[in-house]
Ligand binder design. Structure first.
Ligand code: TYM
Length: 327
């Protein structure tokens, strides 16, 4: 029996190289070894205001990009969260077992809610419960994510243990799997901040569908420092981030990379990195264009994905309902 892997991605904004290096590339690699389920989480997306037409289009775009990045929907399952209603129902039940104190500790809510103040939705606060439901519905052993999702996966783990201790073994207790490097790619214009979707500052992120010229311009303008030496050093976040991106895309060792740029300047590193990123994303972009040439193709794949995973979710939820005494 293969171990079960589950992970999710939000269809808000454009997918960027942080998503790719911190999560998607690992999802591709492990799909033969594990029983993998990858979910485009549109219910999470609506925790903040969304334009319905854009959301629908982005949901297909994200699914298309996962497949174009190398996830084979015949091997792994790829589906849209709202296509499997069990996610919402299990969230409600889990809500009844999650103390408010656990939720109040979630740092991502604190960050995200600051922007919206009083307008912030109840669902944004409850976001980690929906995420726990995603994971627990599928008897997940491992959850490969970037560093920013660690706390949420730990909450899912705590909820599973709490529920199991009240009702007996029901949920598999999941664990987060976070790569040692590349799990926190930083913004190009401000390497003290995580790379994240931002419409106001287009120089911050490299999107998977960016044109070669955009990629080159953004990398050439990336913030560095006034020193000269090119080496991995977390105390120099700008140059360190560029080197980590280089390392991730080329898979070369750190010594080899430092040797390659010895005596060279930041402009040389940026030029070479830009070409590496352009070349690495080019096959993803052309596969994406092929895949989306027929607009119904992705929809069919997603419907099949939901059909494959729904029975697992139904079985877990039926057991939970029975344990709790509802229905
Ligand atoms: P999301 O959509 O923000 O990000 C998807 C994945 O990309 C990773 N990531 C990064 N990795 C490295 N550097 C970065 N700058 C960077 N930015 C994003 C994220 O860590 C994530 O792995 N709540 C989740 C989606 C979700 C989920 C789940 C994940 C919903 N249900 C169940 C796992 C299991 C989120 O918003 O990811």
């Amino acid at each position: 029996m293969k171990k079960r892997v589950f992970s999710g991605i939000q269809p808000t904004g454009d997918l960027h190289i942080g998503n790719y290096l911190g999560a998607i590339q690992h999802w591709v690699k492990i799909q033969h070894e594990y029983d993998c389920i990858y979910c485009v989480v549109d219910l999470h997306a609506i925790t903040i205001p969304q334009d319905p037409r854009i959301l629908r289009a982005k949901t297909r775009e994200v699914a298309g990009l996962l497949i174009a990045s190398g996830i084979d929907p015949q091997i792994a399952s790829v589906f849209i969260q709202s296509h499997v209603h069990e996610h919402s129902e299990l969230t409600w039940i889990l809500n009844c077992f999650i103390p408010m104190g656990w939720m109040r500790r979630m740092t991502q809510f604190k960050e995200k809610s600051q922007k919206q103040k009083e307008e912030v939705s109840t669902a944004l606060f409850d976001y980690p419960a929906l995420m726990a439901a995603d994971i627990l519905l599928y008897n997940t052993d491992e959850v490969p994510v970037g560093e920013d999702q660690k706390q949420h996966v730990e909450l899912a783990r705590d909820v599973a243990q709490r529920f199991n201790s009240v009702y007996g073994d029901t949920f598999t207790v999941p664990k987060a799997v976070i790569a040692k490097t590349g799990a926190r790619i930083m913004a190009l214009d401000d390497p003290t901040q995580k790379m994240s979707k931002s419409e106001e500052q287009p120089g911050r992120v490299i999107n998977l569908l960016d044109s070669p010229d955009d990629i080159r311009n953004k990398i050439m303008r990336a913030t560095t420092d006034s020193l000269r030496e090119i080496r991995f050093d977390e105390d120099r976040p700008g140059i360190n981030n560029l080197l980590v991106i280089y390392e991730q895309f080329t898979r070369q060792g750190r010594e080899e990379i430092e040797g390659r740029f010895e005596g060279k300047g930041y402009v040389d590193l940026k030029r070479e990195l830009a070409e590496v990123v352009v070349e690495s994303l080019s096959p993803v972009q052309s596969r994406y264009r092929e895949l989306t040439a027929d607009p119904h193709h992705i929809d069919r794949l997603l419907a099949e994905g939901a059909d494959k995973v729904r029975p697992i979710a139904e079985k877990t939820l039926a057991r939970v309902r029975d344990m709790v005494g509802i229905g």
